[in-house]
Design a protein around this ligand. Structure first.
Ligand SMILES: C[S@@+](CC[C@H](N)C(=O)[O-])C[C@H]1O[C@@H](n2cnc3c(N)ncnc32)[C@H](O)[C@@H]1O
Length: 278
């Protein structure tokens, strides 16, 4: 989904910074990459194939069940990025750090971003991709939350609302996943040579819009396909929200129907932030 939406493994605008960070230099250590919260390891494996002269490490809270065979320059480790980074990795040991859709697992944002900065070599790139539990209209304005019965109500937003309710109870810093770019800047005025942002939008449901790029259109189809499976995967989470089991079942059914025939044209936004260390 992300590869389709970005038409690559990272935003095109970050290509030069990433290629520069991962170039092989005589007399310097081999380029090294860390993928935090690697999940299935898909990004790490694809990147390791694209950059065979660099070493890749994917780390996650749970042992990785890789979706495909990793090449020899890619391996996986278990660890908690919220508490273990300082124990696991030495200062200035990576040229690229990637963290995608994993910020909900971070409680101490300040120490997390300080650690990432410390682990990067000078000229190293930090690339994060994350989205907020909200939606955007065709003019890219944030859509206000509506209750059932109000004009503009959507089951997608209701699901996001209750998922965030549970997340916030588990992780009081969950709001900060909305402002990763500010957290990155917060590392220090003199920390980065550059901070840049690219917003990726996917439609919530099966509709087309002239505002979508061809790659967002393709990524959006895969996003909508993913969304149709979300009610099952987040059911345990929704059952610990303020909803009753009957309300969770109704939400799941109504949300699936809404994806096929959306009444509101809304988009989910993924914010890609990348920085180059001074
Ligand atoms: C939504 S998945 C994203 C996986 C992958 N980054 C991707 O984009 O395909 C989130 C992953 O982050 C991991 N995660 C969450 N909090 C973490 C933490 N504190 N330390 C390490 N991994 C974490 C989860 O175990 C999960 O595999």
């Amino acid at each position: 989904m992300f590869s389709a939406g970005l038409d690559g493994l990272f935003p095109a605008r970050a290509r030069e910074d990433i290629q520069q960070a991962l170039r092989v230099r005589i007399g310097y250590p081999k380029p090294a990459v860390l993928d935090i919260g690697t999940g299935s390891g898909a990004w790490c494996i694809d990147m390791a194939k694209a950059f065979p002269d660099a070493d890749f490490v994917g780390m996650d809270l749970v042992p990785v069940k890789a979706g495909s065979v990793p090449p020899s320059n890619c391996h996986f480790e278990v660890g908690n990025a919220d508490t273990d980074l300082a124990k696991m990795y030495t200062a200035e040991s990576f040229d690229l750090i990637h963290a995608r859709s994993m910020m909900q697992g971070i409680k101490d944002f300040s120490s997390f971003f300080q650690s990432l900065w410390r682990m990067l070599r000078p000229g190293g790139v930090l690339l994060t991709v994350d989205g907020a539990y909200t939606s955007w209209d065709e003019e890219r304005r944030q859509i206000e939350y509506k209750e059932e019965g109000q004009p503009g109500f959507s089951w997608f937003r209701k699901m996001c609302y209750h998922m965030f309710e549970v997340l916030k109870a588990r992780n009081p810093s969950a709001d900060l996943t909305y402002c990763v770019t500010d957290c990155v800047r917060g590392v220090g005025d003199d920390a980065w040579k550059k901070v840049d942002v690219f917003d990726l939008y996917f439609p919530v449901g099966m509709f087309d819009s002239p505002t979508l790029s061809p790659s967002e259109r393709l990524g959006g189809k895969l996003y909508t396909e993913n969304l149709s499976r979300i009610p099952d995967s987040v059911r345990p989470m929704l059952l610990s929200s303020s909803l009753t089991p009957e309300e969770v079942d109704r939400l799941a059914a109504e949300f699936r129907a809404e994806l096929k025939e959306p009444k509101v044209k809304q988009f989910f936004q993924f914010i890609c932030t990348w920085t180059v260390k001074k």
